[in-house]
Design a binder for this molecule. Sequence first.
Ligand code: NAP
Length: 437
Amino acid sequence: MFGVTDAAATLRVAVIGAGPAGIYTADALCSQADVPVQVDIYDRLPAPFGLLRYGVAPDHIKMKNLASTLQRILEHENVRFFGNVNVGSDVTVPELLADYNAIVYTYGSSVDRKLGIPGEDLPGSIAATAFVNWYSGHPDFVEPYSLDATSAVVIGLGNVAIDVARVIVRDAEEMATTDVPDDVLAVLRASTLTDVHIVGRRGPEHAKFTIKELREMGELAGVDVVVDPAEVDHVESDDKDVKRNLDVFKEWAHRPLGGAKRRLHLHFHSRPAEILGTDRVEALRCERPDGSTYDIEAQLVFRSVGYIGTPMPGVPFDETSNVIPNDDHRVVGGCVEVGEYTCGWIGRGATGVIGTNRSDAKAAVTSLLADTDRLLARAVTPGSAQALLEERKVSVVDLTGWNAIDAAEIARGTARANARVKLALWKELLEAAAAQS
Ligand code: NAP
């Protein structure tokens, strides 16, 4: 492993986004021995780990433990964390390119895909992306939701739909042992929901659920799963993954109801046509393939039909596929001829599980390292971006600051006998970081 000694021959790389894709990029850069590297990871938020921290469901504790692996990468001697820095306003892409030989954009996809149906904007119609951010303690999503309702619909047959449905049907006391902020837990405890409906526009063979997440739904205490046998019994598939899902649906369809406190209903071949309601959501109207419609009464509708990326000032963006256009991870149409790369959701779209970003990051670094000679040939002024941040009085949260936030969250966890409880407010995060940095 290289220590960074020869500044002139050191490849300086800025990674924009401290989620799994960004941190795996740093890992791939630091794990090779052909060229010395300095990797600076920038993030808009004071805390790293992106979707692992703000997307992976709080009750998926084993997956959350991946944070310790990512933390070790952040602590590498050739990696630095620049949290609370908004690239595009605090420092621009051309300014970063004047400091670094290369930039890797890994800032993810954080916005909800729209359904484009009437009633989508009614109160009670909620983007799953925002709801997930809220229960994950994201500082931009602190406005509380209410689960003062009897029936909710979750639209979509993907893993995010499963996460949202599971979090709202699960017994709140099971959520108390997770890192959800205290006010989120209070809302979950006050929930009056009895029925949650997952609605998909296509058949069970097209559901994108992964098997582990699907099976988990059928094992929740206090929840009966309701599936119409007519929707699943006749469906067959040669695809191994699809068949496993179908077997689960079929087993559920014939499982006797246990008089549980809550019911989770699955509806297939039900295209969301309209969210009904006068002042707020009252029902979801679904259309069957034959054109007939039926209504599911609900006071809440969670729209979970995918995430899309958004542009960053100074970076090319493909408005059709909502990604940064790239060829083998090399950004097409960037500010410099060679020097901009991308991976993760903002490079390929919102697909795959966290581990997918590891191979994606390795592939991006392979492309980057293949360009090493040309990257090193471009004159840069090391430290110029950091000097601008200091001049602009940006309160950068570095690794010490993040470690202080981490410690504050772990300390807060003791009140609930948990490993941690998240700090969700900007003020709390920045004060915790400043207290010890
Ligand atoms: P997703 O897997 O792409 O699922 C989106 C769902 O929305 C699909 O069922 C899709 O149906 C449906 N949909 C799209 N447009 C629609 C429309 N206009 N009307 C009705 N339905 C529509 O997306 P996701 O659930 O947001 O997940 C994103 C990625 O994160 C996925 O790769 C997922 O596996 C991953 N993830 C993984 C985990 C985990 O491993 N535990 C947890 C969360 C997320 P069609 O198929 O008909 O288009």
